[in-house]
Design a binder for this molecule. Structure first.
Ligand code: ARG
Length: 445
């Protein structure tokens, strides 16, 4: 009869083999090749600790260490394939180790469970990938800043998607620079909170072996040392949830910018053109150039929210400690990560290569009564209470609409029909370029 360890890590107490359906349901569907590296990293630290604590001789430790490194190499070079016959990544690594180094390989799992092991793997991966996302945020922020500086042009600012007051393209883009700065801080804080090692928590109740959890925590780079509570250490998925929550907010920001790009590139706005490389055409309408890059970022944002919700729902009713439901953290996180990382890169490229049209922006400013608030401010400076000034300018706007003029195109005689306070100095006061020189508006330049 085949030994249990030849197929899986647990067969001893079973009289019957797993049904194929059970096998596929358990292992199939979602493969976690990306955890082979972290799993081996965790095992290498575990072996080092086993040697330090006298559970393995140095020679045995050497054999396991070399064996694990060799499996990693074989996996990376395609000689070993993590196929669907392995229940999970831990099974893949351990069974191959036993096959390759023989009996001593069976000692690897002393004083460890897959429950602490899988959480160590996942934390190592989440930490590494979050650092990579932060680096992509940094890169995108640099591009935003650079593009903002290159586009100091005045443009309409909106509320309710109605033209409101004059702003600059620079200030508009730098709004996203700020949002992404907070996204970065959120992720850095998540990294700090998650930085404790679950290794050694065992299945749920630690181990009777004298292991050194502080040592493995240190070897694996967990600055906060080992987790304090065994039950929590194996069943905590907060770090995955928190990272995905931060990803969700980040995607919300990217999606808002994506929506602006879609609007700005439409003929109705015409503020911006995207580089051909990040747009696509239509199979029937020859003239079309669609902002697909931006639309995909907007569309995929929902996927990240869905991934977060998937794991929140999976976790919400689970009793302590480990439950298999928790394995669902893998597909959720991996999907969210791919969307976030792809979207950051796409947005960075689109912003870096887009062409802004300053003349169109200026025209849009002129048409929108964007200096109406400044006309009211002018009257306030002449002693009119703001609420009255607001009413007077409202009437002026109605008049302008009726005669088809902008406020700055009205003659002084026309303006004086609404208030005696108007003088020649109104014109420079409400000139769009001058407006931005006044008060704290200078900060937008
Ligand atoms: N593949 C599992 C996971 O990622 C590993 C833990 C399995 N533990 C168990 N008792 N079946 O969650």
């Amino acid at each position: 009869m085949e030994q249990a360890y030849e197929k899986c890590l647990w067969g001893g107490r079973f009289r019957q083999d797993e049904d194929q359906l059970m096998q596929r349901f358990n292992s199939g569907g979602f493969r976690t090749e990306w955890l082979v590296g972290p799993d081996i990293q965790g095992s290498l630290a575990h072996v080092a600790m086993q040697v330090k604590c006298g559970m393995l001789t140095p020679e045995e430790g050497e054999i396991l260490t070399e064996g694990l490194k060799s499996i990693l190499h074989q996996f990376q070079t395609g000689q070993l394939v993590f196929g669907p016959e392995y229940e999970d990544v831990h099974t893949f690594v351990e069974l191959n180790l036993i096959r390759q180094v023989g009996e001593v390989g069976k000692k690897l799992h002393t004083a460890r469970s897959r429950n602490d092991q899988c959480n160590v793997d996942m934390k190592l991966y989440v930490k590494e990938q979050t650092a990579w996302v932060i680096a992509q945020i940094d890169r995108f922020r640099e591009t935003l800043q650079h593009t903002a500086e290159a586009n100091p042009w005045i443009m309409p600012g909106y509320t309710h998607l109605q033209r409101a007051q004059v702003v600059t393209m620079k200030h508009h883009l730098l709004a996203y620079y700020e949002m992404l700065g907070r996204d970065k801080k959120r992720l850095q804080s998540a990294l700090e909170i998650m930085d404790e090692s679950p290794l050694g928590c065992g299945a749920l109740a630690g181990t009777t072996h004298e292991i050194d959890r502080a040592y493995t925590a240190e070897l694996l780079g967990f600055a906060g040392g080992p987790c304090k509570n065994f039950l929590d250490g194996v069943s905590d998925r907060d770090f995955v949830l928190e990272t995905m929550a931060d990803f969700s907010i980040l995607m919300m920001h990217l999606s808002r910018l994506a929506e602006e790009l879609v609007l700005w590139t439409s003929a109705e706005f015409g503020f911006v053109t995207l580089d051909d490389r990040y747009t696509t055409g239509s199979s029937i309408m020859p003239q079309k150039k669609n902002s697909d890059g931006a639309e995909l970022v907007r569309g995929r944002t929902g996927r990240v929210y869905g991934d977060l919700l998937t794991l929140l729902c999976a976790m919400k009713g689970l009793p302590l400690a480990y439950n298999k439901d928790m394995q669902e953290d893998k597909s959720a996180f991996y999907d969210a990560l791919k969307v976030v990382s792809g979207s950051l890169q796409m947005m960075e490229r689109m912003i870096a290569t887009m062409k802004v049209k300053p003349e169109v922006l200026r025209q849009a400013v002129r048409k929108g009564f964007l200096n109406a608030t400044e006309v009211a401010d002018y009257l306030v400076k002449k002693g009119v209470p703001f609420r009255d000034a607001h009413g007077i300018v409202g009437k002026i706007v109605i008049y302008c609409e009726d005669v088809g003029k902008a406020i700055e195109d009205l003659s002084l005689a026309e303006l004086k029909q609404f208030s005696d306070c108007f003088g020649e100095d109104i014109y420079p006061y409400i000139d769009y370029d001058n407006i931005l020189q006044k008060g704290i508006k200078k900060e937008m330049l």
